[in-house]
Design a protein around this ligand. Structure first.
Ligand code: GAP
Length: 516
């Protein structure tokens, strides 16, 4: 099945099974805004807990923070967001559709990459074990030509972005004959800058209302509290402050479901270090964050780093962790070495010292910062995309059978176990309820007695429940149950008294954190 079709299916799966709903759907929804349903909120909470504990529990020198969404407007002047948090937008005059000029060019680059990978895969299939990939990539004329096109385009693109040259961005689009995906024409307007921050007013007009912004990142709440936390927590460099919270961006193009939203959640950690040690820490956090992703078991090859060619003016190194989504490798998380830019700007704009007194050196200075920044929603989409499988279960008898299963890591699954009485009579529901009453303190359990046992298994597979416990007549006799494993569909008989230990071992966050 085409990757695009898979993506469409998983979007409708999310809606059908209570993971994600369009916001205010009864009024036809709101572009790029979504609500999380009964299972979505659990999965989201589990992702956040995995991140939070990996930062705050596992690192003695990282503490948490929960700063307000509203901040003094000067914050955003100092951070550069008022003047420079812009996206270059372009309209197609025929379709009247609006695009991000940089994304149109990035898509073109991705097409070149895709072409190269297709050639490689074709050759691999042709030459089998004898295939020398490195040699093929460096000598095959079609690949060499496409690589050259890629490099030329990328060089021009990076230069235009670095100089903020909007005329050149349009020229690149024209020279590469990039067409509007809807109208198919090249009838483009000029490229203009568009500020992504939402604004509102605080206070009533008679008081003299003040224009404020909805924060476009959580990081600035950490920077302005740097000294509060450092002093009250008696923190010594290097140390980190972690925060999870909502952020808002008026994205030009709403697409790819919850990949790019206008209201979303970030998990950010700012790590304050001695100047001169920042690149060491940058490399440390790159590796640590990649390990966090890979520990979920979705396949190491599905992740890669993308080191930035174009650095923001305040950064001296930056990389993304990308995941192979059904629509290609895309950013899930950013790791940035932000120098002392933010603290220095806040010092200048507020007139308050943002310095750390180093007792070893007996001097004060502004620390440097390494940031790790990941979107909860984008991580959610990554987890769902990696877990969604359509399986053909047709056996030798030829009777068609299939299932949709979310192979969520047990530690993230919204429901850990379903308790299912084989029939709705003869005391089996009561026994089931008793088991839930015992296990509900430790795990999110679900009781289901409706429909055949096969249908109930399928329902739990679609939700991603890793364990189904079936209560049958033998349970009443010898206090044993069957436990069915979602991924293998195998079943085994175990004593009721062992259930807690068996499941705890498989779903524990402790086990997951130990992998880091
Ligand atoms: N403080 C740095 C910062 O905000 P960013 O690269 O703009 O950096 C960090 O964002 C992460 O936040 C991204 O890697 C992505 O996971 C998430 N993110 C950014 N914009 C988003 C959006 N419109 N919708 C969903 N997630 C978004």
């Amino acid at each position: 099945m085409a990757q695009e079709d898979i993506f469409k299916k998983l979007v409708s799966h999310c809606k059908e099974y209570g993971y994600v709903f369009p916001s205010s759907e009864i009024y036809d929804g709101l572009g790029a805004v979504y609500d999380y349903g009964q299972y979505g909120v659990e999965l989201k909470n589990n992702i956040k807990k995995y991140w939070w504990d990996s930062m705050v529990l596992l690192n003695e020198n990282i503490v948490g923070l929960d700063s307000a969404i509203f901040m003094h407007p000067t914050t955003w002047k100092a951070s550069g967001h008022v003047d420079a948090f812009n996206d270059p937008l372009i309209d197609n005059r025929d379709s009247k559709k609006r695009y991000r000029a940089d994304v149109l060019i990035e898509d073109q680059l991705a097409k070149f990459e895709e072409k190269i990978e297709k050639e490689v895969e074709k050759a691999r299939a042709r030459f089998g074990d004898k295939f020398d990939e490195a040699l093929f990539r460096s000598t095959n004329p079609r690949i060499v030509e496409t690589r050259e096109k890629y490099d030329n385009l990328n060089r021009r693109f990076v230069a235009a972005l670095t100089e903020g040259n909007l005329t050149e961005l349009k020229q690149i689009i024209l020279d590469n004959e990039i067409v509007c995906p809807v109208s198919g024409t090249r009838n483009w307007t000029d490229v203009r800058q568009f500020n992504l921050m939402f604004s509102t007013e605080i206070g009533s007009t008679s008081d003299g209302a003040m224009k404020i912004f909805l924060r476009p990142e959580t990081a600035q709440g950490i920077f302005v509290n740097f000294l509060n936390v450092q002093k009250t927590g008696r923190m010594r460099l290097p140390f980190g402050i972690a925060q999870i919270g909502k952020a808002f961006r008026n994205e030009i193009v709403a697409r790819q479901f919850i990949f790019r939203m206008r209201e979303f959640e970030q998990m950010e950690m700012q790590f304050f270090v001695k100047p001169g040690t920042e690149l060491e820490w940058y490399n440390h956090w790159k590796e640590a964050r990649m390990k966090w992703h890979r520990a979920l078991g979705f396949g190491d090859d599905n992740y890669r780093f993308h080191d930035h060619d174009k650095l923001a003016h305040y950064a001296n190194a930056a990389a993304d962790i990308e995941y192979k989504f059904p629509f290609g490798f895309k950013e899930v998380e950013g790791i940035h070495s932000r120098t002392d830019f933010d603290l220095r700007q806040h010092q200048e704009y507020s007139g308050k010292k943002m310095q750390y007194f180093d007792p070893e050196k007996n001097e004060s200075y502004i620390p440097y910062v390494v940031e790790t920044s990941i979107g909860v929603d984008r991580m959610f989409l990554q987890v769902i995309a990696a877990s969604y499988y359509e399986e053909d279960l047709t056996k030798e008898d030829g009777v068609p059978d299939s299932r949709v299963v979310l192979r969520l890591p047990s530690v993230l699954a919204p429901v850990k176990l379903a308790v299912l009485p084989l029939v709705r009579k003869d005391n089996l529901p009561d026994i089931s309820r008793k088991i839930i009453d015992e296990l509900k303190f430790d795990f999110n359990c679900q009781y289901d007695e409706k429909d055949s046992i096969g249908k109930r298994y399928r329902r739990q597979d679609a939700i991603g429940t890793p364990y189904c416990i079936t209560i049958d007549y033998q349970t009443a006799e010898d206090e044993t149950v069957t436990i069915r494993y979602r991924d293998t569909m195998l079943q085994e008989r175990v004593p009721v008294s062992n259930l807690r230990a068996i499941i705890a071992d498989k779903v524990s966050l402790r086990g997951q954190l130990k992998k880091l």
